[in-house]
Design a protein around this ligand. Structure first.
Ligand code: ADP
Ligand code: ZN
Length: 515
């Protein structure tokens, strides 16, 4: 039997599926080859199978490092139900259960062993005695202090490769940001890992961005014809989850608040009631949902703007996992931006986080297809507008902005992609300030090419180019502007660019509301 047909058989027997999802087979074969692997797949894309099948195929036990203690048990139960020998080990287990897990691991009969990163080093001596098929590092972005789920214990995982150089490592994440990917590879000590990047497009999610004015009323209207549908409202603070949940309840909805301030028992009860459709609506901080596998979440509302696009994408991605239409709403208000800025002030990564926040804000203010903007952030190009977002549904008026786009791209080329937005605008406008003159930028050929456009307008047009995926920002060094492959098409291959006339941005709530 060939490897591929054996894998298909395992897929059918243990999971009941006939075909692999995009990239799954390639990833699995790469692991079976003994190669280190980085798998980047959107939430719901089917990452678990990428290490579970190799675990079944290979001899020995697969060690799965997972930060989600609350979910380990669910995953192990699901595997056990499929006839796969698996168990887990973490600090929240009763002592006797921990002992049993370790015994099972020593016996060497387990196919998969789930362990929290903090507990991994308690089992080091056992790991040296047994046969390990592979290491799977789930939610691998937790290793990166750039990311929003940073887990210090993950940074110790680098020694796995040093201790077990022959054992393949597969790292999995739904965070596609280029810098985070590099960070994962570096910190795990697997410079030659093969990278598999799956499409991040979730076509069934309707992307809707609205002004944050009268949010409560908007939410009640939105929920009118969604009585029994499951959904999640994300709020910034614990307090607002509770007050909004109370308001929804008094309006007759079955809703519960969820945040890290609740007891572990309360949290798991709320989570269970949500999974069983007992409580269809959860009003939560972002503490809720990491790894939750509920297929029929029909909507996600961001009551407050998330602090970056990765977070936004992950959170909306918890809806529509069954592939059926789901509606996502982002409420955008300037007051939220101010508050989010305050959160990062004084932190070691302040500049980086502010740049990501600004990009999130630009997305919320986009005047072109949201999905294009979202995917271009992850380095993916959508050939056509999506038709399934608020902008596609009611587009603003556009003009042919190709010439202006060419000027912008040309200046960025001549600045060798070394400069951030402000300098690019200065050069386009032929500014004579010290920074420009010091660097000798007045000598480049396209200096002053867009003098006729005001500074603020240029800024808005360039943000449109960012959202359309013509440009991107390199967050790790002062937000330099870079050209994407689409920019090359604009410069050299006659690609046309539509820009929206300005002053058509949606009414944005600028005042703090007393909701
Ligand atoms: P992720 O970890 O990427 O968020 P999961 O591994 O939890 O995603 O998979 C999401 C869902 O897709 C699960 O319900 C899983 O059983 C299902 N799934 C995974 N692979 C396949 C496949 N090849 N065919 C059909 N369903 C699949
Ligand atoms: Zn669209």
């Amino acid at each position: 039997m060939t490897q591929s047909s054996k894998l298909h058989e395992l897929l059918k027997v243990h999971f009941g599926y006939d075909t692999f999802r995009p990239n799954q087979l390639q990833i699995i074969e790469n692991v079976l080859n003994g190669s280190d692997t980085l798998a980047i797949m959107p939430t719901g894309g089917g990452k678990s199978l990428c290490f579970q099948l190799p675990a079944l195929y290979l001899e020995g036990t697969a060690i799965v490092v997972s930060p989600l203690i609350a979910l380990m048990k669910d995953q192990v139960d699901a595997l056990t139900a499929n006839g796969i020998k698996a168990t887990f080990f973490n600090s929240s287990q009763p002592q006797a259960e921990q002992q049993q897990s370790l015994e099972d691991l020593k016996d060497g009969k387990l196919t998969l062993f789930y362990v929290a990163p903090e507990s991994l080093f308690l089992i080091e001596s056992i790991l040296r005695e047994i046969k390990i098929s592979l290491f799977a590092i789930d939610e691998a972005h937790c290793i990166s202090s750039w990311g929003h789920d940073f887990r210090p214990a993950y940074t110790k995982l680098g020694i796995l490769k040093a201790y077990f150089p022959q054992t393949p490592i597969i790292a999995l994440t739904a965070t596609a940001d280029k810098a985070t990917q590099d960070d994962i590879i570096t910190q795990l000590g697997v410079p030659n890992a093969d990278k598999f990047l799956s499409s991040f497009d979730r076509k069934n999610l309707y992307l809707d961005v609205r002004s944050g004015q009268n949010r409560l009323k908007q939410i009640l209207d939105f929920l009118k014809n969604k009585l029994d549908e499951s959904g999640i409202v994300y709020c910034l603070s614990r307090k607002s989850t509770e007050s909004l949940a109370a308001k929804l309840k008094s309006a007759g909805f079955k809703a519960a608040a969820y945040h890290a301030g609740l007891s572990a028992d309360d949290r798991s009860q709320i989570q269970e009631d949500f999974l069983n459709d007992q409580t269809p609506i959860i009003v939560a901080t972002i503490a809720f949902g990491m790894g939750i596998d509920k297929s029929n979440v029909r909507w996600v509302i961001h009551y407050n703007m998330p602090k970056n696009i990765e977070g936004y994408y992950q959170e909306i991605g918890r809806s529509g996992r069954d592939g059926l239409p789901a509606h996502t709403v982002l409420f955008y208000s300037f007051a939220d931006v101010i508050q989010l800025r305050r959160f990062v002030q004084g932190t070691p990564t302040e500049a980086f986080q502010l740049a990501k926040l600004e990009r999130m804000q630009q997305f919320a203010e986009a005047l072109s297809c949201r999905r294009r903007a979202l995917l271009s952030y992850f380095g993916e190009t959508l050939v056509e507008d999506c038709g399934n977002c608020d902008i596609c549904k009611s587009p603003p008026n556009y003009f042919d902005g190709t010439l202006l786009a060419q000027k912008v791209c040309s200046v960025i080329t001549r600045l060798r992609e070394q400069e951030a937005l402000g300098m690019v605008i200065d050069v386009l406008r032929g500014a004579q300030n010290a920074a420009v003159l010091e660097k000798g930028y007045q000598q480049i050929k396209t200096y002053g090419a867009a003098k006729d456009v005001s500074w603020l307008d240029l800024q808005q047009y360039i943000i449109q180019l960012l959202n359309q995926g013509v440009l991107e920002i390199w967050f790790h060094e002062n937000g330099r502007l870079l050209l994407t492959p689409l920019a090359k098409q604009v410069l050299f291959e006659g690609a046309k660019i539509q820009l929206a006339h300005l002053n058509q941005r949606k009414e944005i709530a600028s005042k703090t509301e007393a909701e």
